[in-house]
Design a protein around this ligand. Structure first.
Ligand SMILES: [Zn+2]
Length: 231
């Protein structure tokens, strides 16, 4: 499964600006957060090139043979709220995925933030027209509306939005958690002591207390922050 995230604008084009914000910075931030939240899932996330050519973004996804294309934007022009777009001639599958994505993002997060639902729309946007796989374009609030911009300045809002977009993609695309491969026991020798470790997904894991104490360190555990301190 290959998912292409389009950060919208970028390069020489900052996108819409207002209230001290630039669209390209916000979409960069949101897309990076979405990608980070999808790491545990069995999906390859690729960012479309931030070139001035919208066709290049679509061609990038087409050349990869991507399964889904998701373009992230911030709206402008006076107004408020969230809306989603598929292409004017989108087929049933594209519409089905969009509907699940839209309703998950809206009811799972935006409704509780007092954001207006502007609805599920269709348009002849280049990235929706030129992509050969199901594609969606999300317009996330208005950069030039003060109340929307206040939300967009709040990193916990951006994180909640990205979290719900990622969750919507998991649900709508049926993404599965990556299988963890535990290959088996590994013997670890530390300063003459023998510890037993494990190989999990090509990484060697060792019990931290035994390892640190074998190296003469002091180990403590902070339950509140679930942090191991090695001194
Ligand atoms: Zn835009």
């Amino acid at each position: 499964m290959i998912l292409v995230l389009d950060k919208g604008h970028g390069g020489k084009d900052p996108g819409a600006c207002g209230n001290g914000l630039e669209e390209a910075n916000l979409t960069d931030d949101i897309c990076n957060r979405i990608a980070a939240k999808l790491v545990p899932y069995d999906v390859q996330v690729k960012f479309a090139p931030r070139s001035d050519s919208l066709n290049e973004r679509a061609a990038f996804a087409n050349d990869l043979g991507a399964d889904y294309f998701c373009s992230i934007h911030i709206n402008a022009g006076g107004g408020t709220g969230f809306e989603s777009y598929v292409h004017t001639d989108a087929g049933d599958d594209t519409e089905r995925i969009r509907t699940m994505l839209h309703s998950t993002i809206y009811s799972g997060f935006l409704a509780g933030q007092g954001v207006v639902d502007r609805g599920k729309k269709r348009a002849n946007f280049a990235v929706l027209r030129e992509t050969e796989m199901p594609a969606v374009l999300l317009e996330n609030l208005f950069i030039d509306t003060a109340a929307d911009a206040e939300k967009l300045k709040d990193s916990s809002f951006l994180d909640g939005l990205a979290n719900e977009i990622a969750y919507g993609l998991v649900v709508a695309l049926g993404l599965q958690k990556k299988a963890i491969t535990v290959t088996g026991a590994i013997t670890i020798r530390v300063a003459g002591k023998v510890l037993e470790g494990k190989e999990i997904d090509d990484l060697t894991w060792a019990p931290v207390r035994a390892l640190a104490e074998a190296l003469g360190k002091t180990v403590s555990w902070d339950e509140a922050t679930r942090t191991v301190n090695v001194i």
